[in-house]
Ligand binder design. Structure first.
Ligand SMILES: Cc1cc2nc3c(=O)[nH]c(=O)nc-3n(C[C@H](O)[C@H](O)[C@H](O)COP(=O)(O)O)c2cc1C
Length: 279
């Protein structure tokens, strides 16, 4: 029996309704029947948090990794929002001969996931005094399941290699030193990204730690995972336009190879998007 009502002639041409993604959305059509259980699950989630039987979801931390403080310059972002809306475009080419400096990069990446306290030029200690951790991006339930990674090929102020971002402290953690432009090339199919790679500063990858969302939202985690990854993308897109950067999304990343590079299994933590960034 087909999972979807026949609405499109395409349904006869392929078995799209066998696709797992569509099965997920189909399952959500019967949400009304499951809503009471959903509410029960959310109440239980808060109960477990209150009774400390479940830890509050925290960003990943590589405690052994060398750490590099980001050099934020919020004043670089003084572009009126209406101008950004009116002029934003996806730029797929770097400006040859120009270089992305660490301040502009730091400011940019912190727009995709960063502590608002750092933008207010406050220290992490100042944040500790505050009750809430506030971020530069929106996230379902404030859970922040998105993690950002960066393969640096050309920023000179930090070593070449694979970094993970600590959004609370505003630091980059060096988790692999052997990640290079050649490695990034092997993760990206096609000719177009290969030419953009020549002048790119690096490859940014967003993942989602699904379990953080699943603990609260159950099967709806997938919807929230996509939305949250989108808010980070949107902030980075606007910030790239404000800072005049190339921000070139790579929809065709080789998924398994990227997971292997990041050291994640692709299931409990999976790839949401990847993009080249450059001057
Ligand atoms: C989630 C997402 C994924 C995208 N993936 C790609 C991609 O793989 N390759 C590409 O060239 N552009 C990609 N784009 C860029 C879109 O093609 C682009 O945003 C669209 O053509 C509109 O153009 P504009 O951004 O210049 O307004 C992506 C955009 C988004 C939001």
């Amino acid at each position: 029996m087909p999972l979807l009502d026949k609405k499109s002639p395409l349904d006869d041409l392929n078995k799209m309704h066998d696709d797992l993604g569509l099965q997920y959305f189909e399952s959500q059509r019967f949400w009304r029947n499951r809503a009471p259980f959903f509410n029960f699950k959310i109440n239980r989630y808060f109960h477990l948090l209150r009774t400390r039987r479940l830890p509050f979801p925290a960003p990943k931390k590589y405690s052994q990794a060398p750490r590099f403080a980001l050099a934020l310059q919020p004043e670089l972002l003084q572009v009126p929002f209406s101008t950004l809306l009116a002029t934003r475009r996806t730029r797929r080419e770097s400006r040859p001969g120009s270089r992305l400096d660490f301040s502009r990069f730091s400011t940019w990446i912190s727009c995709g996931s960063g502590s608002q306290h750092l933008f207010a030029n406050q220290t992490v200690e100042a944040r500790r005094l505050s009750e809430r951790i506030t971020r530069t991006t929106a996230a379902p339930g404030g859970i922040y399941a998105t993690e950002l990674y960066f393969i640096n090929f050309s920023l000179e102020e930090i070593p070449k290699g694979l970094f993970h971002f600590d959004p609370i402290r505003g630091e980059a953690e060096l988790i692999r030193e052997d990640a290079s432009r050649e490695l990034a090339r092997s993760l990206l199919p096609g000719d177009q990204p290969i030419s953009a790679l020549e002048n790119a500063a690096g490859l940014v990858i967003a993942t989602c730690v699904f379990e953080r969302l699943r603990a609260k939202y159950g099967t709806r985690y997938l919807r929230f995972a996509c939305l949250e990854a989108g808010t980070a993308y949107q902030s980075l897109d606007f910030a790239a336009c404000a800072l005049d950067l190339m921000f070139y999304p790579q929809g065709s990343l080789y998924e398994k190879e990227v997971c292997d590079t990041l050291g994640i299994d692709g299931l409990s933590e999976g790839i949401m998007w990847g993009a080249l960034v450059g001057p």
